[in-house]
Each structure stands twice: as structure tokens, then as C-alpha cells.
Design a protein around this ligand. Structure first.
Ligand code: FAD
Ligand code: 8R5
Length: 448
């Protein structure tokens, strides 16, 4: 049998990992990337930009043999540090102990490590090559470079790992009805920074994901290895308050000082950061189809970009790579592997989009609500008593690898149980634990 040939568009997180996995199976892999080589010029667009890595992403790195390299420079985030206005900060652990945590990792370093491993294994990378158009009939790709030179390449099978603004998706949409839906959230984000302390240490607790919830909007901060924090403001586009309202330096200063008085003194450059940094829009992208027969397939953000509130975009993209690699190895023809990939991944991609959207309300609002905190306490207590059946949805998403759709389903059953058990109680002492046990055994199968 002749060697399979794959052409990947985009050497980001999914493109680099997929290239590594496919080349290790003995395929011939070419990757075209719009940006220059991050190994020679440094990772563009990455000051100290970090990502939360959870079990699904870690598993991808483990399979690739890169867990150690990445974890050497990861910062443990044990839980949420909630900063309510005018109150002392409050810590809420994510998991049962330090075996259930998430990790803050540097995007540039992560991307470069995976890319290097793929190149070392024999994947061929072509940088400064932006996909511009595709002739699907003649299987020809057209690329442009920064100095205006165009080149063409023939392909057998092309996989779009070119992110949320995918050029391959745009080209596919010209020839096929993929059923594209974009749900704009109506909120955007802006990055700010808490620099390192003068001695290089951290100005706030390093081992936490910080949240300043303010009802309709919020600020969050994730730690970087150099002692700084990448801070993100999430806010509505229009209305009060909103990005539309914050056009002047004075307006920005007043808004941040009023709403985030504990964070502002930690961010000496907040006004410049706000005025200089771009505002990023937020949306869930859904497609009814991810492939055109065996010729073209979209994966990662190109197929299903999601809002960031569960920190799962990269984790999900890595899970896509693992699943696609496995299906391509199992199927004798590429088209049936692509079709099966869509059937298996689509319900999971839809479920994580829904759960990420819900988690915005939880982060910006519910964490500051007494009843919600009580529900979370009961959830924790039941998880401790019935660890094999009752696993909080947050844990299923972040610390397990069961499908996202199954995590969503179990989460619904459990949340209803918590609501029912708390409907007549005002604290944990009033809970009917015998009834809880009965329901857990009748409604939740053991996880494994
Ligand atoms: P990308 O990593 O975006 O890679 C796409 C690649 O394609 C890029 O290298 C790009 O240059 C290249 N490309 C684009 N167009 C072309 C073209 N025309 N031709 C050739 N190449 C092209 N996810 C998490 O799991 N946890 C987090 O905490 C988290 N935080 C995030 C923070 C920020 C600020 C952002 C923006 C996203 C975050 N995400 C997070 C989401 C995560 O970054 C994405 O889900 C993930 O990068 C998707 O991987 P991908 O390979 O599909 O796309
Ligand atoms: N992405 C994250 C979580 C869940 C935290 C929790 C949330 C910034 C653009 Cl908003 C967000 C989480 O429930 O307590 N884990 O990881 C990452 C998040 O945002 C990232 C940093 C981000 C896109 C800007």
C-alpha cells in the first residue's frame, strides 16, 4: 500500500499535534503555516499569553510523549480565588485534592514544543505560507507569503487546523453547504497584565485562577512562570457598562477603579494595556458538516470554535487529534474515517460549547451567590460520599475524559438532584442523605 499523504493548514496547537501523530504512523505530512517559524523568530502574538491545560489536553501531550517537557514549566491552579467587591478573597477548590487541578502553560512554548517534536519525527513545515484559495476539483491549494509571492501545491487530502478564522473553511463554504451557524455572545474580551513583583515573585496567590465576578461581567487572571499574570476583562459590547462606553482613557480608568479596586493597583499599565490591546469578540461556531468526502476535513477551532469560559478550546482540539489519528489508522479509506470522526465528535463539540457558555454565568455571577455556594458544597459532599457515581460536572469536563456530551447529561441529572435535595433545606445539616443515596444509586451508573 502506498504511503498516505496529508496536507495540514495551520501549525497551531492542533496542526502541530496532529502532524506528530500522523507522521509517527508512517504517513507523509506537510504543514503550511501563515506565520513565520516560531523556533527562529519567537512565537508571534505571544507576550505572556497562557492557557489552562486540563486532563484532555494533558492526555494528548502524554500520547505524544511531551508531558514532561510541558509540565516542567506549568503552574498549578488548584481552584478559583474569588474576589468579590468589598470582601475578603475566597478560595474554592476545583477537585478533591491536588491530583485534580488545572495547569497554566505558556502558549508559545507549548506550540513550539509540539511543533519541534513533529518536525523531529519527519513532518515537513512550510512557514510564511497563508492558504488563500482551494480548487477542490483539481486538488490544488494556493498560498500567499508576506512578500507577495504566491505558490501552488497539489493535495490528496487536506485537513484544516487553521483556527477560528479558518481559510480552509471559507474555501469549503464556497463549494459545499456546511451549515455554518455563528452564535455571537454579545460580549468581548481585553487582555491586561499584572506584572511580577520587583523580586520576581507573584503579587497575588500563584496557584489559583483568579476571578473578580461582577454580575454581568468579570475580570480573571492566570499565572505565568515569570511571576506575572495575564488578566482578561470580559464585558458586554453594548449597553451599560460595555466596551462601547469605554472609549476614553479617563472612562477606562474610572470604570476599572470603581469596579475592580483590588486589582487596579496591581496593574500599573492598565490604561495603556486597555487602549493598545485589541478587543476580541466571542462566539460559538457550529457546522453541520466538517468534511467534503475524503478530500477535506476541519478540526479544532476551524470546525468548532467555542467561547473560552471552560478553558477547553485547546483541550478539545487535542482530543480531536487523538480521535482522528485513531480513526485514520482504523479505516482503510479516508472518507469513512472523516465521516466517523464527525459522527463521534460533533455531539461532544456541541456539548462543550453549551457548557462553556453556561460557565460564563457561573464565573461572573453565581460564584458570588450564597445559594449557589451551598449547592456546590452539597455537590462536594455527595462526591466525597459516592465518588464512583457522583462526580461533579466541572470535574468530568476538567479531570476526566468521558465524552463531553455524557458529562453534560450526567451534570443535568446531578444538578436536578442537588436542587431537589436543597429545596427543603437551608444548610447541609438539613439534607436527607438517605434519600440522596437512593437517588444516586437509581439515577447514576458507576463511571467506569
Ligand atoms: P490555533 O491554535 O489557533 O492554530 C491555528 C493556526 O493556523 C495558527 O498557527 C495560525 O497562524 C494558522 N493559520 C490561520 N490561518 C491560516 C491560513 N490562512 N494559512 C495557514 N495557516 C493559517 N483553550 C484552552 O483549552 N484553555 C485555555 O485556557 C484557553 N485560553 C485561551 C486564551 C486566548 C486568549 C485564546 C484566544 C484562546 C484560548 N483557548 C484556550 C482556546 C485555544 O487557544 C484554541 O481552542 C486552540 O488554540 C485551538 O487550536 P487550533 O489548532 O484549532 O487553532
Ligand atoms: N480564553 C479558563 C476556566 C474555568 C474557570 C472556572 C475560564 C481568555 C480569551 Cl474565561 C476562562 C477558564 O470555572 O473557575 N478554566 O480555564 C480559561 C479562561 O479564559 C482564557 C484564559 C481565555 C480566551 C481570553
Amino acid at each position: 500500500m502506498s504511503k498516505r499523504e496529508y496536507t495540514l493548514i495551520g501549525a497551531g496547537l492542533a496542526g502541530s499535534l496532529l502532524a506528530l501523530l500522523l507522521v509517527r504512523r508512517g504517513a507523509s505530512v506537510r504543514v503550511f503555516e501563515r506565520r513565520p517559524d516560531p523556533r527562529s523568530v519567537g512565537y508571534l502574538g505571544g507576550r505572556s499569553i497562557n492557557l489552562a491545560l486540563a486532563e484532555r489536553g494533558l492526555h494528548g501531550l502524554r500520547v505524544a510523549g511531551l508531558e514532561r517537557t510541558v509540565m516542567d514549566q506549568a503552574i498549578m491552579m488548584r481552584g478559583r480565588m474569588v474576589h468579590e467587591l468589598g470582601e475578603a478573597e475566597r478560595f474554592m477548590r476545583y477537585g478533591k485534592d491536588d491530583s485534580e487541578v488545572i495547569w497554566s502553560v505558556n502558549r508559545g512554548r507549548l506550540n513550539t514544543s509540539v511543533l519541534q517534536a513533529a518536525a523531529d519525527s519527519g513532518a515537513q513545515f512550510h512557514f510564511d505560507s497563508a492558504l488563500e484559495s482551494v480548487d477542490f476539483e483539481h486538488r490544488e491549494l494556493c498560498f500567499g507569503s508576506s512578500d507577495g509571492v504566491h505558490c501552488r501545491a497539489q493535495f490528496d487530502c487536506v485537513i484544516g487546523t487553521d483556527g477560528a478564522g479558518s481559510a480552509l473553511r471559507a474555501a469549503m463554504l464556497k463549494v459545499a453547504d456546511l451549515g455554518e451557524h455563528i452564535e455571537w455572545l454579545g460580549h468581548s474580551y481585553k487582555e491586561l497584565e499584572i506584572p511580577a513583583a520587583p523580586n520576581g515573585g507573584f503579587l497575588i496567590e500563584p496557584n489559583a485562577l483568579h476571578i473578580w465576578p461582577r454580575g454581568g461581567y468579570m475580570l480573571i487572571a492566570l499565572p505565568n512562570i515569570d511571576g506575572s499574570f495575564t488578566v482578561t476583562l470580559f464585558l458586554a459590547n453594548e449597553g451599560q457598562p460595555s466596551f462601547a462606553e469605554l472609549k476614553s482613557v479617563d472612562g477606562v480608568r474610572e470604570f476599572l477603579a470603581r469596579e475592580f479596586p483590588s486589582a487596579v493597583p496591581l496593574m500599573p499599565a492598565h490604561q495603556q494595556d486597555f487602549m493598545r490591546n485589541p478587543t476580541g469578540a466571542l462566539a460559538n461556531l457550529r457546522l453541520d458538516q466538517w468534511h467534503i468526502d475524503g478530500r477535506a476535513l476541519l478540526i479544532g477551532d476551524a470546525a468548532h470554535a467555542i467561547v473560552p469560559f471552560h478553558g477547553q478550546g485547546m483541550n478539545c482540539a487535542f482530543e480531536d487529534c487523538i480521535e482522528l489519528d485513531r480513526l485514520l489508522a482504523e479505516h482503510s479509506d479516508v472518507e469513512s474515517a472523516f465521516a466517523e470522526f464527525h459522527v463521534r465528535r460533533k455531539p461532544n463539540a456541541d456539548a462543550i460549547a453549551d457548557m462553556a457558555t453556561e460557565n460564563y454565568v457561573e464565573m461572573r455571577d453565581s460564584v458570588a451567590n450564597d445559594r449557589f455556594v451551598l449547592l456546590k458544597q452539597l455537590e462536594r459532599s455527595l462526591a466525597g460520599l459516592h465518588p464512583e457515581r457522583f462526580v461533579p460536572r466541572y470535574s468530568l469536563v476538567m479531570f476526566h475524559r468521558i465524552g463531553y456530551a455524557e458529562a453534560q447529561r450526567r451534570g443535568r441529572v446531578q444538578w436536578q438532584m442537588l436542587e431537589d435535595l436543597l429545596s427543603t433545606a437551608t444548610d447541609l445539616a438539613g439534607i436527607d442523605y438517605a434519600e440522596a443515596e437512593r437517588r444516586i444509586h437509581s439515577e447514576l451508573l458507576p463511571l467506569l
